[in-house]
Ligand binder design. Structure first.
Ligand code: NAG
Length: 164
């Protein structure tokens, strides 16, 4: 096989892995976006179907509405005086900057009560497979471990490309 083909394989495999390691952008609710749903659990069902990692971003697309990131208590009350995050520009981007739970509500009166709200769970950064049983290294190694992971896949895809 030609070297240009090998290069394409390399780019394909490494970029594929790059996106799985680094960040993903999700459009909340898919094509419909952030609108009052028919089913008041629609957004939690959408969130449950996805796997969110630290540094993934959520895009909220809507017209004449807003997005607030709030505490659990405020989520339950559908009301927030000082939200953690507020946006009403029609295309809000929110970065999931830590593991754990995030609570979102609409800031428009009555919309949250009608189901325009969502809980997102962000997973703890994953350990690479060869370190699953070893918890002594702590989270500070995860960046280096991810890099090793990327390099490993690069090497594997290079060999794959040469021998295909
Ligand atoms: C998230 O992004 C920040 C800043 O870009 C970076 O320092 C951090 O290591 C990233 N975290 C993960 C888990 O990718």
């Amino acid at each position: 096989m030609t070297s240009s083909k090998a290069f394409l394989y390399l780019v394909f495999f490494s970029s594929f892995h790059f996106f799985t390691v680094f960040s993903t952008q999700f459009t909340v609710g898919g094509e419909k976006g952030w609108i009052i749903p028919k089913d008041d659990q629609l957004y939690n069902e959408w969130a449950a179907k996805n796997r969110f990692k630290v540094n993934d971003t959520l895009t909220f697309a809507y017209k004449k509405d807003s997005v607030l990131a709030v505490t659990q208590e405020e989520y339950e009350k559908c009301k927030s005086v000082h939200p953690i995050y507020f946006s009403n520009n029609g295309k809000s981007e929110f970065k999931l900057d830590r593991p754990g739970l995030f609570y979102f509500i609409s800031g428009v009166s009555g919309h949250c009560e009608r189901g325009l709200k969502m809980i997102v769970k962000v997973l703890e950064p994953a350990s690479p497979p060869n370190q699953v049983a070893d918890h002594t290294t702590g989270p500070s190694t995860s960046g280096a471990a991810q890099l090793i992971n990327v390099v490993g896949v690069l090497v594997v895809s290079l060999f794959g490309a040469i021998f295909i």
